[in-house]
Design a protein around this ligand. Sequence first.
Ligand code: GLC
Length: 841
Amino acid sequence: MPNILSLLLRGIKQLGLVTTWDSITYQMRQKRYQARFGSSGPSSRPAKSDYLRPGHITSHTRQGRTVTITCANGSYALTLLAPDLIRVRFHPTPTPQSPLSIPHSYPIAKPDDDWPPCDFHVVETEATVEIKTSRLACRVAKASGKLAFLDLEGNVVNEDEAGVGYHPAGHVICHKRIQPDEHFYGLGERTCRLDRRGRRYEMWNTDPQTYQPDQDPIHLCMPVLLGLHSRGRQGYGILFDNTFRGRFDLGASRADVASFEAEGGELCYYFIYGPALTTVVERYTELTGRMTLPPLWVLGYHQSRWSYCPEARVRKLAADFREVHHVPCDCIHLDIHYMDGYRCFTWDPERFPDPAGLIADLHEQGFKVIVIIDPGIKTDRRYWVCKSGLEQDVFCKYPDGKTLFKGPVWPGNCYFPDFTNPRVRAWWGDLYKVLTDVGVDGVWNDMNEPSVFGPLGTTFPDFVRHDLEGRGGDHVEAHNVYGMQMARATVEGLMRLRPDERPVVITRSGWAGVQRYALSWTGDNEATWEQLWLTMPMLMNLGLSGLAHTGPDVGGFSGFATGELFTRWLQMGVFLPFLRAHTSLHDPDQEPWSWGEPYLSVNRRHIELRYRLLPYLYTAFWQCAQTGLPIVRPLLLAFQDDTATHTLDDQFLCGDAFLVAPVIEEGATRRSVYLPAGVWYDFWTDEPFRGPAHIEVEAPLERVPLFVRAGSVVPLGSPMQYVGEGPADRLTLHVYPGDGEGQLYEDDGHTWAFQNGNYRLTHFILSTDEGPPLRLDLRRQTEGHYEPEYRDFEVVIHGVDRLPHTATADGEPIEQCELDDSGHAIRLYVGLFACLIVEWA
Ligand code: GLC
């Protein structure tokens, strides 16, 4: 029994008296409503044997790209969207029907009609009906109606165990067989290891109010699973397109069976064949959408806390960055205390009397400002947003269609907009005008699981009604997409308000496809070493789930990091897509200088490195926007046939060139690193290593273990205090001998002009002849008409310890060539070359 008094006191301390009181009365109200409208919470799980299975096949027909297979107890609609992409829908109605009408789906970004025609043929044998494309076969057993996906040589990629099932109570399920050496990835944001096998995962976005390792679920679930087996030779993906409360069981109940299920809705999933997981991710993000390219400043360093206030504190923070500590920073985040009594779209008149003036001054110093906006709207009829919302009828209601649902969040009792209604999304998006008018640069959408305070439940009751794009349904169906639709409403509003600027929206919750609307941060973590490590599997799996633009609260949200922990976390953060330090209300500031020296200097140096990396990182973002390939990648994405990478979750790849192995233990000054096949250069010493190998590296506090793949060309910019500080007159190309290709993507960094060709994409082709004589040939080709400011390159060739015999750019000798101070690299200074040849005698 929780001690009621201590709960009460904790509540008052965290939330204040009003909210605690609202929380208590909320519980009492909910009990009344439950008696009226039904209970809430996961419904009991039917036994496996109680599900109705397809049974034997009675007939099959083909219409367009869909094959309908009728079985004794239901029918399949198998739709071939691409040779490696099949949608499987099963309905418990045995009567043959024309391809089932396609219901609206929140994750799907590419409707059926937008896929080019896909060639396939249907072959019937004595025991099977088989659909064959140029990549894959989908075989349905006549006797049982079970499915198997096979490659062209007949090897099993994925197969049913009991297969699909319906329960009369509305539950749907699918049981699959787990291959002996199978590993699983994906499922969105989870607090577990990289490999998902052996556990059960709930599909129910939840505010854990600070999570612990292995806690499940948390803020952002995604029903997308990737499987890898046969020593890395087979890889595939499954998107279970069902938003109802559900779960994935990946060998927890039975070691060789995986299942996914939901408490309602349709049994519909998309099967994507690899075998390369890069192909799976590419297809999956073609289906569910990719991020749009963010403005360049978003890649800079962000500073946040709950909450920087009043205005004078924010001004001091800005001065601390620019004038006192000279630590680069692009953005300051304002948490809930900027608002008037936590009322969204208002400013506290005393703490922030002149937001426009403050933001203008911050802009002057090169800072951007992001503000938090929660979904809960205080139930206060004098407050303009509440009044407008009531007039426009935008808030969620109970099943009687009249009573508004209200629940307590920061401001006390709140109404909640129904973001599954397009009309409400439009209303919500327009509200941001009051923020863009005063110069706010981006929006941070929080508490959108949605979260409601109260010990009896942390979200809306199941029976709260939603529009669901006009179809109507209850919260069990709408819950998981609530946050995603909030982010969508926000981004669509920002696009209307500032059509020429790329919008910036950060979300805490989401669902498959949320990457189209927002970046995310990984919510309320803790200042512990274990959570520093956890960041890696969390981000790698989010990337594999399609949401690449994300990052943790560096230093940890709850609790106060030690200087060492913050520095180590920041060193990793330099290579993560979203780099923001943030901390909780009751903890001291976590700023790069909060622990004095030696931490401040190390932190500054690493944030400077982040800024130098911007051309490289921006190119990785551009690649991700083009192909879905994440920025932070598990090693298995690049080395799928190396089984040592399949469970490796304490190091990662950042873009094409870097392997990052952060220090994750207190006091450690060495760590072991796994280098896959090929040559890898130590970024700090230029020492080459040959993989596959486990090596021990020195990792003093001053640096994060970092390796560069041979054959890479890494573009680095100049140090700066913020993006756009001054014209860049030179770009440095770091060349790591070997054979390889590289890219550099450049544009104006904030408008949509790149969509009309105003970008420059540079391809580098590097070939190395080990000799003797050692000879390096670097080709450079560009496309697009964007002209960067710089006209010159500094080319640094690593891993060589003497000046070359000849060095030419487009046939002309290069005048300026010197040995680097380290003695392990040379520097050349050249103009916009097309072909660079360097030779050592
Ligand atoms: C939630 C957010 C956290 C924020 C706090 C106050 O806990 O996850 O980032 O600081 O609310 O708004």
